[in-house]
Design a protein around this ligand. Structure first.
Ligand code: ATP
Length: 370
């Protein structure tokens, strides 16, 4: 069994930076766990502690039943795949893959068997004699994977392994790594800042912010039931629309007031959130997923949906969908979390006095002609 568990693990760098704060996380045997979050949230530090490349300041890290805080990296039985691949340029693909096994003095025929097996799985057999410089980016990436596989470790640790590949190859390798992990059944911790990568690859995803875990859940659960504004805004593309609103009681139910508009909340939503009552009369952040919006003027639009008046600024036809950018007379949410999400996406800070919020709707094709 190779569970990996963080028991209130923290990392404080010598300069006082608290990069990871009391993380509690259990990764099951054979699980694919993705750590995701914006730059600087501490995900790489968390991974490096498992790898034995950073000391653990507080708490216990376990692989299986063993506390590994003081176990040297080479004795942890893990294999790491980095963003840079870290291949030896003067060695052939074969020798690169075999390297770790030679160091461990594994018998020659055993090395040969394992290297050829890995090469076969990774579709590298015909390139075994080549040097890394004569390979494509995707092939180099596979060699790095091969090197990890042949060690037959208890866990794979991967730090943004796809970030040097072009967009098309990333999508392909994403699927390959996920399939490979599934076939091999090796517990994997995968670090990325790319939420699409996280959502498509992870059995579960751990979202981090400022050194703390925000939520750990399956991709679907994260998407459908984000625990806070940060997770809601971070997961999903186009991003969730976040608007300042006030929750009001309304005819036995609830409504949100945003600017001069009032939206009744669907009964279903209210029933699923018994804690809503305590927020009545208070200001909150209303989050609406782009695909939850539709064009109310189109025949076939849901008659029971709440209506929001918006001024359309831009339509982007994507073929199967159309993204509509519009403004509504309400203030965009401006919490610290929202500001951080804006910065992470490279967007300008919102004007603190803004009285109009931009909303993005991802509409179905039937709205295309309007
Ligand atoms: P990125 O995606 O940019 O790599 P990350 O989420 O992986 O970011 P870390 O690299 O783990 O984040 O860094 C977490 C925090 O710790 C950051 O504030 C970073 O500046 C800080 N940090 C990282 N390494 C050190 C170090 N050696 N000394 C001091 N602070 C550090």
């Amino acid at each position: 069994m190779a569970e990996v568990s963080f028991d209130r693990v923290s990392k404080v760098y010598p300069d006082g930076t608290r990069a990871v704060s009391s993380i509690q996380l259990e990764i099951a045997d054979q699980e694919f766990m993705v750590l995701v979050g914006p730059s600087g949230c501490g995900k790489t530090t968390a991974l490096r502690m498992v790898a034995g490349l950073e000391e653990i300041s507080e708490g216990d890290l376990r692989i299986g039943d063993r506390v590994i805080n003081d176990v040297p990296s080479r004795d942890r039985d893990i294999a790491m795949v980095f963003q840079s691949y870290a291949l030896y340029p003067h060695l052939s693909v074969y020798e690169n893959i075999a390297f770790g096994l030679r160091l461990k003095k594994v018998p020659k025929d055993e090395i040969d068997r394992r290297v050829r097996e890995a090469a076969h799985v990774l579709d590298l057999t015909e390139w075994l004699k080549r040097k890394p410089r004569n390979l494509s980016g995707g092939q180099r990436q596979r060699v790095a994977m091969g090197r990890a596989i042949v060690r037959e470790p208890q866990a794979f640790l991967m730090d943004e392994p796809l970030s040097n590949l072009d967009a098309k190859l990333r999508v392909q390798m994403r699927a390959e790594i996920a399939r490979l992990q599934d076939d091999l059944g090796v517990t994997t911790i995968y670090v990325t800042h790319d939420q699409v990568e996280a959502m498509t690859m992870g059995d579960r995803v751990a979202v981090m912010r400022r050194g703390e875990l925000q939520q750990v859940a399956t991709p679907q659960e994260l998407y459908d039931h984000p625990l806070n504004v940060f997770v809601g805004g971070f997961i999903g593309s186009p991003a969730m629309n976040l608007i300042e609103a006030t929750l009001e009681r309304d005819d036995g139910g609830y409504a949100v007031q945003l600017g001069d508009q009032r939206l009744a909340l669907p009964e279903q939503l209210v029933a699923a959130r018994p804690a809503l009552a305590q927020w009545a009369g208070r200001e909150l952040v209303l989050g609406i997923r782009p695909e939850s919006l539709e064009d109310a003027s189109v025949a076939g639009a849901a008659a029971d949906g709440s209506r929001l008046r918006a001024r359309v600024k831009l339509r982007e036809a994507l073929g199967s969908e159309v993204d509509v950018h519009a403004t509504i007379a309400a203030r965009p949410a401006q919490t610290d979390e929202v500001r951080e999400l804006q910065a992470d996406k490279g967007l300008e800070a919102l004007d603190a006095r803004a009285s109009e919020a931009t909303v993005v709707g991802r509409l179905s094709p039937k709205s295309r002609t309007v």
